[in-house]
Design a protein around this ligand. Structure first.
Ligand code: THU
Length: 137
């Protein structure tokens, strides 16, 4: 990812953060994904009074990307309003893997600290579509 794309990606995740709807946890998250088209798609967490219905910011961003026609993602940024840089939860790791098994992952804390990693590090030996055909990945 270029520095320019990285800046745009983090800016989009930061822009989504204030829209997070998190009245139950109070934990606000913004996310953005970089699509193969070069476009960036953002999401935020959307909680629900029926707690398990809540949606993480990353899966909101994935849904926006797919709705816009993306089928491959190359990077994701996750921005949180408090604490340390926050990695995607297990469910979001699996959801991201569908569209970018070796995504560039950028985690940004409220104070600006950045941690960079890859999805293949966060989710090694991932289950992928290939297994459905009797193969691997
Ligand atoms: N959350 C995210 O949106 N992304 C993450 O990577 C971790 C957790 C949300 C889900 C829930 O709304 C709140 O943070 C607390 O778990």
């Amino acid at each position: 990812m270029t520095d320019e794309a990285l800046d745009r990606l983090v800016a989009a995740a930061r822009a989504a953060l204030p829209n997070a709807y998190a009245p139950y946890s109070g934990f606000h998250v913004g996310a953005a994904v970089l699509g193969a088209s070069g476009a960036i798609h953002a999401g935020c967490n959307v909680e629900n009074a029926s707690y398990p219905v809540s949606l993480c910011a990353e899966r909101g961003a994935i849904a926006a990307a797919v709705a816009a026609g993306e089928r491959a993602l190359s990077a994701v940024a996750v921005v949180t309003a408090q604490g340390d840089p926050c990695p995607p939860c297990g469910m979001c790791r699996q959801a991201l893997s569908e569209f970018g098994p070796d995504l560039d992952v950028v985690l940004v804390a409220a104070d600006g600290r950045i941690v960079r990693t890859r999805l293949s590090t966060l989710l090694p030996d991932a289950f992928g579509p290939g297994f459905l055909d009797g193969g691997s990945r």
